[in-house]
Design a protein around this ligand. Structure first.
Ligand code: 13P
Length: 254
């Protein structure tokens, strides 16, 4: 059985002071049964991680801390970058890797993403590997090729044991921040293809790896994605910034 996972990617939003309030408000709205059913991850910007960690630990919250990116090197002359070891020290459990905004805006290549995945795993954290096609790729019928290749290249050289417990997020780029969600049937089809690709290369890891959908998820549409057996959760952007809204996404069955 794969436990549901719903992660909020705050992107470049929230100061460390905002983060304290957001984490506290979210936790008030969730109860033990919610946490038993769903792993709830919050991914604030780097500058808010320490504040979020402090609140989570001091109040014994069951929220799980994630980061939005990291560098693949451990230390050195990489001005502006944050290493996986720095994140691990902040009790970060999940690290988003290869988000389409980093691929598109920062020029990250699959080879960079692969190095980051390995660095995150080496620090006993869990990568959330993001994959997804552009609108043009979809229109030209290249969705399957594109996504399968991002999975293969992103996880190249990673052993089956760690692959079994990582997370992949399928985020069609045309659905991110646009209010245009993928059709749940289409998303489930691509996610099933991702699972098949994992099975071909990493065997039984396909049964345990969790695969999320992301792209304009909100309280009104989350249930239709979660109804698909292959979809194990969601990576949520805009709707994760308001704790009430995000709590409604987490409690999608209510
Ligand atoms: P939105 O939910 O705002 O579309 O963002 C999705 C996303 O990119 C999450 O990583």
């Amino acid at each position: 059985m794969r436990k549901d996972l719903i992660a909020g990617n705050w992107k470049m939003n929230a100061t460390h002071l905002d983060a304290i309030q957001m984490v506290q408000k979210l936790s008030y709205r969730l109860d033990v049964a919610d946490h038993d059913r769903v792993d709830v991850v919050v991914c604030p910007p780097f500058t808010a991680l320490r504040s979020a960690q402090t609140v989570i630990e001091a109040d014994h919250l069951r929220l799980i801390l994630g980061a939005q990116d990291c560098h693949y090197e451990e230390s050195g002359a990489y001005t502006g970058e944050i290493s996986p070891g720095m994140l691990a020290k902040l009790s970060v459990s999940y690290v988003i890797v290869g988000h389409s905004e980093r691929r598109q805006i920062c020029g990250e290549q699959d080879s960079d993403v692969n190095r980051k995945v390995k660095a995150v795993i080496a620090h006993d954290m869990t990568p959330i590997l993001c994959v997804g096609e552009t609108e043009a790729e979809r229109d030209e019928g290249h969705t399957a090729d594109r996504v399968a290749s991002q999975v293969r290249l992103g996880l190249a050289g990673v052993a089956a044991a760690p692959v079994a417990s990582i997370v992949v997020a399928y985020e069609p780029i045309w659905a991110i921040g646009t209010g245009r969600t993928a059709d749940p049937d289409d998303a489930a089809e691509v996610i099933s293809l991702i699972r098949t690709t994992i099975g071909e290369h990493w065997g039984d890891a396909a049964n345990t790896i969790r695969i999320l959908y992301g792209g304009s998820v909100n309280p009104g549409n989350i249930a239709s994605f979660m109804a698909k057996p292959d979809i194990d959760g969601a990576l949520v952007g805009g709707a994760s910034l308001d704790p009430d809204t995000f709590a409604s996404v987490v409690r999608y069955w209510m």
